[in-house]
Design a protein around this ligand. Structure first.
Ligand code: GLV
Length: 313
């Protein structure tokens, strides 16, 4: 049996991912790559690509590619026009919800518990008797109710928040008080004390939150974006934050990453910037998904977490 060639690609942790691949030695051969140059030398032979931040332009050279397993949740970088239709793409799923729920609720608590204010008062040795705001009873709107959005919904509900959501289908979901279709996005946003966007980047979601959507929000509301930067119209967001049309924004993703040093968002006191860390890919958490799919692939069985290429997620 000729071994199946697997290109393992990650700019910093390729070795760690490769060490965790489980398959009979004779069945596979691993090419472990950390740079575009290394990947360029291996892509033509690769049947399976297991990758994070893979150089998109190299996909066209993957003449033998049959399956791409993303090490992350978002797959837009693999959905290039010239990727032949027989190449299956699978996502990593199941591990990000917990991380992103902690991020979301953590930053909601940062707002409600006035953490920055109290730390600042402490630095000034000032006894600032100011009540926190509750999270219980406040409305958390979740844009995108996939496995990550659903985990955030459970976490919000566990603190007594009123959870509402927006999903493609608009179908009711357990634990979510009201689910709206995308056409009712502003209705959902208008109720939110906190709104969190956890949407994939598709032609439908690009620029989804713009001037009108921000205007629909309460002036006391906070907006979090933890999915993909281009879902937000950044110019409109900067304008809304400057004019205090919303209270603030917690942003983990941006149109351009890393966020350029001269970007106006850095300087806004009501914007919090984190460097795309809300749902980290941890080799030991991703490996079981890949290994399960690899077993299936080698046995000619159906892969799990397949991307619907027409929906683009
Ligand atoms: C991170 O952004 C991912 O797609 O997993």
């Amino acid at each position: 049996m000729t071994p199946r060639r697997i290109l393992v690609y990650h700019p910093h942790e390729a070795e760690a991912y490769a060490r965790l691949v489980k398959a009979p030695k004779a069945a596979i051969r691993l090419d472990v790559c950390a740079t575009p140059e290394e990947a360029a030398a291996s892509i033509a032979e690769a049947e399976i690509l297991y990758a994070w931040k893979f150089p998109t332009d190299l996909l066209a050279e993957g003449a033998n590619l049959r399956w791409i397993q993303a090490m992350g949740a978002g797959v837009e970088r693999f959905l290039v026009h010239d990727l032949p239709p027989h190449v299956r793409i699978t996502r990593a799923t199941g591990m990000f919800g917990r991380w992103m729920a902690e991020y979301t609720l953590g930053w909601c608590a940062w707002v409600a518990q006035r953490m920055e204010t109290f730390r600042e008062a402490q630095r000034q040795r000032r006894w600032l008797a100011l009540d926190p705001q509750p999270l219980h009873g406040r409305t958390l709107a979740i844009l995108g109710l996939g496995d990550i959005g659903s985990a955030i919904a459970r976490a919000g509900a566990s603190l007594g928040m009123r959870v509402i959501g927006v999903s493609r289908s608009g179908r009711n979901q357990r634990g979510v008080a009201a689910v709206y279709p995308p056409s009712a996005l502003t209705r959902a946003l208008s109720q939110a004390d906190f709104a969190v966007a956890v949407l994939p980047l598709t032609p439908e979601t690009r620029g989804l939150i713009g001037e009108a959507e921000l205007r629909a929000m309460k002036p006391t509301a906070w907006l979090l974006n933890i999915g993909r930067g281009p879902v937000m119209d950044e110019g409109a967001l900067v304008g809304a934050l400057r004019r205090k049309r919303i209270a603030g924004a917690i942003l983990d993703v941006f149109e351009t990453e890393p966020l350029p040093p001269d970007h106006p968002l850095w300087a806004l006191p009501n914007a919090v910037i984190t460097p795309h860390i809300s749902g980290p890919s941890v080799p030991a958490e991703i490996a079981p998904v890949f290994n399960d799919n690899l077993r299936r692939y080698l046995a000619g069985r159906r892969l799990r977490h397949l991307v619907d290429r027409s929906r683009r997620y």
